[in-house]
Design a protein around this ligand. Sequence first.
Ligand code: G3P
Length: 224
Amino acid sequence: MFELYLDTTDALQLARFNKALPLKGITTNPSILAKSGVGLKETLNNCAKILGSDARFHVQTVGNTTEDILKEAEQLHALPYDIVVKIPATEIGLAAIKQLNATPISVLATAIYSVQQGFLAALAGAEYLAPYVNRIDTLGANGIAVVADIQLLVKQHNLKSILLPASFKNTHQVMEIVKLGVGAITLAPEVAEQLLNHPAVPPAVNQFENDWKNVFGDKLSYES
Ligand code: G3P
């Protein structure tokens, strides 16, 4: 089942988009939390109130040694939520991911900018892989092609990782990635907004409304 996440902890945005989108949960990272100024526990509590107790939370570690990342992973896993521990796919991060593969702790390998990095994270046993589509594009490479290659390698080698691409800036990137058959994506609120609001739709709906009102006034369909 495809998993859709919002890449935010903003309560207003979550409440808004949770109404129309079947959100599995949220993804977050140290920059998002630092920008909000709200710590992790309060953030999780606030977001769970909006999304419900089944929501999945992808929470990133900040330690810069394998030992610290492992300690964080255990503590995050012990929180009373459905937590996936996000670990940057660096050398020390991959070492932690490899060790966590033998535990029940779910891991997402994040900050993936290249095919080889995604492949190594999948080999280390990450349950999710988060390639950064737009950030790769910004570096002059092709984010969609990187995701396509990682997806191909995961399939060819029968690896268990689910791709959860992040860092989208437009609907073209999102839809090209979804067409690759990835298992999940995470969207910033601005991109969710773009997906929901095609500029051609409001004029079409307004035309229907005007045509209807000209003949039937304020009656609803079943009252006519
Ligand atoms: O968690 C990583 C993701 O949030 C990156 O997105 O928009 O900062 O490139 P962005």
